[in-house]
Write a protein that binds this ligand. Sequence first.
Ligand code: FAD
Ligand code: SIN
Length: 537
Amino acid sequence: MADESDVLIIGSGIAGLYTALKCAEFANVILVTKKGTSDSNTNYAQGGIASVFSSEDTFDQHINDTLVAGAGLCDKDSVEMMVKEGPDRIRELIDIGTQFTLKDGNLHLAKEGGHSASRIVHAKDLTGREVERSLLAKISENTSIRMIENAFAIDLITEHHVNAPSKSNFTCFGAYVHNTATDKINIIRAKFTIIATGGLGQIYLHTTNPEIATGDGYAMAYRAGAQLANMEFIQFHPTSLYEPDGTRKKNYAFLISEAVRGHGALLRNKSGKLFMTDYDQRKELAPRDIVARAIDAELKKHGDDFVYIDMTHLPKDEIADNFPNIYKKCLEMGIDASCDYIPVVPAAHYSCGGIVVDKNSRTTLNRLYAVGEVTMTGVHGANRLASNSLLEALIFGKHAAVDIQNRINETFNKVSIPEWDDSDTITADEKVMISHAVKELKLLMWNYVGIVRSDLRLQYAERRINNLLKEVKGIYKRTKVFSGLLELRNLIQTASLIVKGAQMRKESRGLHYNINYPALLKPEGAITTQSKLQNYS
Ligand code: FAD
Ligand code: SIN
């Protein structure tokens, strides 16, 4: 069965939804999403969107803060583009109905680590949910967008599927999509395909990312031969809520927003000592890589399981008013943030690397675009500045739409695409193998490819991941697809790219810290990985 559209968008976070609205101004759009429409990292975003609105702030300051956090690896032109176009994109969100927090009729601007001014536009501590709500409401009124839930994109369709003569510049013709409600696999054919599948936090044992963040887009793009870069730069958020082993009900951690530290909260070790002064003069508001490593060092030095965030010096009504969601969640855990310290630990949060795109969000494959967290646009370098992710998704989503509009009438040969063939496969009867492999991978990545790395740990991870890749490839070949298997395949593929990137980078920079190369070298630039396609399946 085949569906057809001008533009196929995979993913319903801020990047997919916003880009869909922009493309719908000139084209028809199919948007597929593997679960419900609001199952996304975006829905969990707390702090907000960084942008220059204050008279005490300037574009140059925001640009400089982004470059400093990025530790020498940002693309300055792309950073400038993002920062300067930010206010217009935020006004556009307001125009479509996003309700940001106001103070005296103006946007209330919060502060976060690494920012030299208050510039975080937010909706209390539930910014992502409000953005997602308003985008979904706008899309529901738009007849040019067809949204398909429970539609899991398995693989991009390229020349490899249509038996066209092999060439060096492959074209994307759409995607094979598994409808998890009907268990049917459909072809969705499109003139232009946009990957907006978000991040990969679920590769790690401890993460702030919900279940959907299984690295599908990175793996799909890699299998299709697109270039990826900087996969070693995994951002660990310093402060996710600590829950003792076995007590967490979900397989992701609740975030205690950086905006809390921006509001004056302090970090104490388990003995109550304020420790950030020992690590960086910016203390609690140093960039994230520094704070996360400082916490990791404190935990290792004292053999503790967590450190504390202390807001007890702040007035109770101020805490409850600014951070209602965090305050409520802590109360449910028996912690009154106005008089108790909150136990926190770092957790995998964000991928700074990804599918290489240019300023128009074009990937290295013809007619394939990518937007949002799954990309490597060059704006984050070796470490993303807080609240620059939602901003990046808007800016590059807009550029993708403008570029596609300019190309919409280009000749597009309608190739014949074969139906999905699973005639030699059987229904899985040993799903337990999948869940065990996922657990093994998460633990492996947490222990060996985490905040502090070494050559030995990376070698061990590489060996084990290569075995897992082989095992899963075997299972995939003989089994009818289902979400758990597809996600495992993508998790392992993406993990192997992280390890590859980490092994290639012979220095410590930003989020990548290897004890065998503690020094910063001269900036080497992005480290890219590209499939040689021998293993394409
Ligand atoms: P997502 O929002 O993750 O959306 C991806 C979509 O793709 C989902 O709908 C998913 O279901 C779908 N999908 C994935 N794979 C497939 C597939 N194979 N087939 C079909 N659909 C698929 N950033 C900030 O700038 N400010 C913040 O305050 C902030 N706070 C955060 C708080 C938390 C707890 C977390 C986890 C992240 C936070 N971030 C923040 C980061 C930011 O939220 C994300 O980077 C951003 O939302 C990513 O948007 P996206 O559209 O690229 O991806
Ligand atoms: C937070 O609120 O701390 C998350 C902000 C971000 O990830 O940019």
